[in-house]
Design a protein around this ligand. Structure first.
Ligand SMILES: Nc1ncnc2c1ncn2[C@@H]1O[C@H](COP(=O)(O)OP(=O)(O)O)[C@@H](O)[C@H]1O
Ligand SMILES: [Mg+2]
Length: 228
């Protein structure tokens, strides 16, 4: 039983001038210990899917089960807690807080859960060290390179030891070498009790996942990217 996330007939439409149906009754099970990439052209619904998985956006219809919980999208207080505890999110443009140092950006994410400043700071220092950025703890985001910012963003996503890591084009604004560094960090986070899901436009990185999901016409087509 290593299935952690189940999507059951997940649909999502947006109503602007006209209704657009972005996700069409998606059924999928994400298994622990696996790394998934999500590919598809711009506008195919990658971010929409990740936003629903992160419980930030709600589906128009369908069910999501995470672990034993069927997500109630009306209960945002509970979902905020589930997210803080279980889900780490990395975006394309790292959305670090500009007025806080690297260390503060990371430790605030922990503080919100534990309320213990000393422990949160220690944990933040440790995880930043793992990212190889100990000498940047007191730098502000504007004083970091793109790759360093993304590694700090990953440290922040990781500080609460989430079971689920979601990354939406985490290297979309980086050159290939820097992107490789960031992905190296991301792949190292794989373990048997975790799911990593990332959207990317980069075919090379997409193929590094255990399982590649292609968004086609509002649905997911599975391509096993790597034979294990
Ligand atoms: N908040 C929104 N309101 C209206 N339309 C949206 C919204 N978010 C996304 N869309 C539309 O949904 C489609 C899928 O978008 P998105 O999930 O961002 O695609 P991708 O990440 O694959 O580029 C696009 O046509 C986009 O314009
Ligand atoms: Mg997107």
């Amino acid at each position: 039983m290593n299935n952690l996330i189940t999507l059951n007939k997940i649909s999502k439409s947006f109503l602007t001038n006209k209704k657009i149906l972005v996700l069409k009754k998606i059924n999928f099970k994400f298994n622990l210990g696996k790394v998934y990439s999500v590919v598809g052209p711009s506008g195919s619904g990658k971010s929409t899917l990740l936003n629903i998985l992160s419980l930030i956006d709600k589906p128009t219809s369908g069910l999501i089960k995470i672990d034993k919980d069927i997500i109630n999208f009306s209960n945002s207080v509970k979902n905020d807690k589930i997210r803080a505890k279980k889900i780490g999110i990395v975006y394309q443009q790292n959305n670090l807080l500009p007025d806080f140092t690297a260390l503060e950006n990371v430790y605030l994410a922990r503080l919100s859960l534990t309320n213990n400043k000393k422990k949160s700071l220690d944990a933040a220092r440790q995880i930043i060290k793992k990212m190889g950025l100990s000498d940047r703890v007191n730098h502000y985001p504007s004083e970091l390179s793109g790759g360093e910012m993304q590694r700090i963003a990953i440290a922040r996503a990781l500080i609460n030891e989430p079971q689920i890591i979601l990354a939406d084009e985490p290297t979309g604004s980086l050159d290939q070498t820097t992107a490789q560094e960031v992905f190296n960090v991301l792949y190292k986070l794989k373990n048997s009790n975790r799911i990593i899901i990332y959207a990317t436009h980069n075919r090379y990185f997409a193929n590094k996942a255990d399982c590649k999901l292609e968004m086609i016409d509002g649905n997911i087509r599975t391509i096993n990217a790597r034979i294990k």
